[in-house]
Each structure stands twice: as structure tokens, then as C-alpha cells.
Design a protein around this ligand. Sequence first.
Ligand code: PEP
Ligand code: MN
Length: 302
Amino acid sequence: MINSELYIKNLSNKQPTKDITVDDIKYKIPKSTSKKEIEIKISKDVIFSKKNIPIIAGPNGVENRKLIFNVARFLKKNGVKIIRGHAYKPLTFPYRSKQYKESMTQGMDWMDEVKKYFGLKVVTEVTEIRHIDRINQTADIMQIGSRNMQNLELLRELALTKKPLILKRHFGASLRDMLGAAEHILVEGNSKLILCERGVSAPHTHKDTSRFMLDVQAIVALKELTKFPIISDPSHASFWAPWVSPLAYASIAAGCDGLIIEMHPNPSKSAVDPLQPLNFKEFSNFLSTSKKISKIFNKRII
Ligand code: PEP
Ligand code: MN
């Protein structure tokens, strides 16, 4: 029989059931777990903090100018301040439909126009070091996609820009892995870091429901462990528009400090993942319910 008292006494980790040990917090991820509250100010009225839930919304890809203007106009009208869309886009498989080409620098030019006309802030993904300079000119926040969570060279180069960054959790990564990756950014002197839960690989018992499963518990755990804003992406977790709003509400209840919501004026025409984006009407409903729910938790949707 294990003498559990002895077992606990001889471990520096006083909570042996948890993935992250006391030694990890002291020596491996001290900056990630520092107790200093981090607020990330993107502009006067766009602040990631424990009081706000900024919404980051837009299509999967910056497919064309018309789409981006259409979405931007709608977001502006509905008081959403951050548009998302990737002009550089990793896909699970290397084949792209004819409809979908990466818009790259042209996509960034369209995002520049949208910033100018609608005063929106821009979130977009960086997949390679050689794209950083151009994306950095346009993006207000650069996103590190889940597939690149441990691309340490990319993390370092992005950290050195001193821009706010979103680090998405890889769908197979423990929180320890994720905070280890965060630490690589923080040691370079960039603490404008937003951590994002986007769903983890589902066990075989859940394969009938979806490819990934939103780890709502990770939001609570990350809030306990770190002082960085923790945001949630229910769109990439569920891949299924009807589930996005309920999972967003659960994320608000779990304490998230922001949400990424994929939306498209005509989801079935989306070149990538057409089952996932909310349409304008669904997005409006999501927004009005989120506003009510966030009030209960003393937070404000912005
Ligand atoms: C995305 O945000 O469009 C995306 C590809 O997300 P993830 O890296 O989480 O799959
Ligand atoms: Mn996507």
C-alpha cells in the first residue's frame, strides 16, 4: 500500500494530481505564473483585462476585398471592435480548393483599408518568420495558430516585435506545454500575451460529436495559474455553427477574457470550414445573449 502522506511529503509538488508542479512554477514557468495582473491595451477602448470580453470576429480567411468590407461594415454597426481573418493560412491537408488561395500581402492591404474606413483592430495569423514584417505593419494582434504553438523560432521572432500576441493551445498540448511555450515569448521581454483555448483532440468516446472538444476546464485552470488574459475559440473547437454560441456562453461562465468567433455573411460559401461560421443573424443573437450573460459575471462585452 502506498503511504500517501509520505508520498506527498517527498514531492515538491504538493498537489500531485495536477500537471503543473510547484517546481515548474518556480523554475520552468515563473513568468507565465507570475501574480502580476496583465492588462493588454490595444487602444483606448479595446483593452483585454479581467473586466472586459473583447470579441474577435470574422471569416476564416481574408478571401477577397468584398467579403472583408461586408464583414467589417457589419461588425462596426454592431459595436464589435476587432476583425479577424487570415491571409496566410495553414490547412490540415496541402490541397486547396480553386476558390481558396492565400491572399497574402493583398489580404493585408485589404485589412489596411478596413482599419482606415471602419477604425477596426485586426487579428491575423503568422505562419512563418519571413511573413512577420509585412503582417506586423497591419496587425494589431498577431496570432500564433495551434499548429505552431511550439514553433520556438517563430515564437521568439514574434516576441521581438513587441506586438500583442495570441498564443493558441495546440489541440494535443497539456497546459504545462502551453505555458512552456508562453515562457519562450515572455523571456524575450514581450508580456503582451493573450492565451487561447481552442479545443483539444477528443477521446474516441466523443468522435461522434466533433473533431475537437472545447476544454472549458482549461479556461478555469489558466485563470487560476496565470494573470494573462485567457480567451476562448468555440468555433475551431466545435467546427459546427449551432454549438458555437452555447460553448461561448460556457466560456463566459468559466471566466474567459475574450472570444474568437468565426463568422461569414454566407457560411456555405466560405472557402474553408463552411459548417463553422455564424451568419449575421446568428452572430447578432450570440452578441445580445453574451451581453446579458457577461453582466452576471461583472464583465462587459466590447
Ligand atoms: C484559425 O483561427 O483560423 C485557426 C486556424 O485556428 P487554430 O490554429 O486554432 O486551428
Ligand atoms: Mn479557421
